[in-house]
Design a binder for this molecule. Structure first.
Ligand code: ARG
Length: 486
């Protein structure tokens, strides 16, 4: 015989227990409740309820008196939560029931009228949407700050020469400013993805009710406008079951985390002893408990490490939604923890990266020395043979390879080879060639659009400031539901 589940003789849930004789099993309460994490949505829940109440009054569905009582009661509930005086109850499952119950305790039966023409299904869809919209705006603003830090440092290092790598092998000299600007472009695309998804998500699900709409004569445009949405969602079934915007936000956050991780990895490499390209500040390193000489780039390592949970959240949401029949399923309650965790994590990563970038100090002598080694100007020699001798590039490549081989055999740099040595490989080489064999000449020559020449970098910085910093950043910290200016 199957073991009987222990069952407390609890009273039925006050919110839906009309047809119930007994309350849920302890374990049912535990698996069902989301208040432990969805209390984070209290401000959105209350803003949504206030807008709903206003609309019900405007439509003559609620009296003005009840409307006033509801709004005052909601303000008081918000206060209690913010003062830490609110008693959250697991029995009341989630933030929606917790707020509604307390409202009814405070104002009496009028509290019970708030849920007219609404369901927790459109309510939660609204709350999560408002929360995600704020998260999008916050992240976009923070990425702008990171871009500003990168651009400022790029300006400082516009002509600082460092080795450019492919396969992490010295390839050609570049400037540190040019390298930092590459990330400015990536974070710019991340911001534009966030703006894209914000635009798509900015429709209101409120008024879809449980799934099918409502017989009450509501005005969905009213609540949509009050909450800063562009319009109400067109289909009630879609409105309660859509979490695309969470997936889109997590997708954008994942790619952003990947970008942060690439930069973090470079920072780890650059500040390692064999490289010594940069030094991180005391504020963004930690010491070792045993090795007194150590300065560990923990913040960069953690940024690299946190990608796992952010991409994990994206995968969790896709997996959660895949195969869910329309419309609402309780599975969807599982959207919140990954969303909240990923948003917290990416914000922490961007803030830490911004701090590291602002503080780091480059070591130009060391960067230049490494950039000059390993025949990094070989391509410049080949290009000279194309331009000055008229060799086809493939042949120039071949001749340069032979010259590199010759220099390597002697253990010297290319510009240490005598003209006679050079002419033994290609008789048409002249003394003129030595001019292109310095790292300074190499970077200065790369003036093609988007190239690394310091003159280009200076122009690119001006352009980046215009493209990325001149539009006002979205403001954060406003009342949820207010339209953001971005
Ligand atoms: N706590 C629920 C969630 O997060 C709220 C919606 C519940 N709706 C329902 N019909 N049980 O998804």
């Amino acid at each position: 015989m199957a073991r009987k589940t222990t069952r407390k003789k609890a009273a039925p849930n006050t919110m839906w227990g009309g047809r119930y004789a007994l309350g849920p099993a302890e374990i049912m309460e535990k698996i069902n409740a989301s208040i432990g994490f969805d209390k984070k949505l209290y401000a959105q829940d209350i803003a949504g309820s206030a807008a709903h109440a206003d609309m019900l009054v405007a439509q003559g569905i609620l009296t003005a008196k009840d409307g006033r009582a509801i709004k005052q009661g909601l303000a008081r509930v918000k206060d209690e939560i913010e003062q830490g005086k609110f008693k959250f109850s697991t029995k009341l499952e989630d933030i929606h029931f917790n707020v509604e119950q307390r409202l009814t305790d405070l104002i009496g039966p009028a509290g019970g009228r708030l849920h007219t023409a609404r369901s927790r299904n459109d309510q939660v869809a609204l709350d999560v949407r408002l929360w995600t919209r704020d998260a999008v705006d916050r992240l976009e603003g923070m990425l702008r700050d990171l871009q500003k830090a990168l651009i400022d440092r790029a300006e400082e290092y516009a002509s600082t020469i460092m080795p450019g790598f492919t396969h992490l092998q010295t390839a050609q000299p570049i400037t540190f400013g040019h390298h930092l600007l590459a990330y400015v472009e990536m974070f710019g695309r991340d911001r534009s993805r966030l703006r894209d998804c914000r635009e798509r998500m900015n429709e209101s699900p409120l008024g879809a009710a449980a799934l099918a709409g409502t017989p009450h004569r509501i005005d969905r445009r009213h609540t949509a406008k009050a909450l800063g949405f562009d319009r109400p969602m067109a289909n009630s079934l879609d409105a309660v079951s859509d979490r695309d915007y969470v997936v889109e936000f997590l997708g954008a956050a994942s790619l952003c985390a990947v970008h942060l991780s690439r930069l973090a990895e470079e920072i780890v490499i650059w500040c390692s002893a064999p490289f010594r390209f940069i030094a991180l500040s005391d504020a963004f390193t930690t010491g070792s408990s045993i090795m007194p000489q150590k300065r560990n780039p923990d913040a960069a390592e953690l940024i690299r490490g946190k990608v796992g949970r952010i991409v994990g959240a994206f995968v969790a949401l896709c997996t959660l939604l895949k195969g869910l029949p329309l419309t609402y399923g309780k599975d969807m309650q599982e959207d919140k923890e990954p969303l909240f965790d990923a948003a917290d994590s990416i914000e922490l990563c961007v803030a830490a990266m911004t701090g590291m970038i602002r503080d780091l100090e480059a070591n130009p002598e060391r960067m230049r020395a490494v950039a000059s080694a390993d025949y990094s100007v070989a391509t410049d020699l080949a290009d000279w043979l194309v331009r000055s001798v008229g060799l086809p590039f493939r042949q120039a490549h071949h001749a340069t390879g032979a010259l590199v081989g010759k220099a390597a055999a002697k253990g010297v740099d290319l510009d240490d080879l005598s003209l006679a040595d050079m002419q033994a490989v290609e008789p048409r080489i002249t003394r003129d060639v030595y001019k292109v064999l310095t790292v300074e000449a190499s970077v200065a020559a790369r003036r093609s659009y988007g190239g690394t020449a310091p003159a280009n970098v200076v122009r690119a910085i001006r352009d980046a400031r215009k493209r990325f910093l001149e539009s006002p950043p979205p403001s954060s910290g406003e009342v949820p539901g207010r339209r953001r200016g971005s």
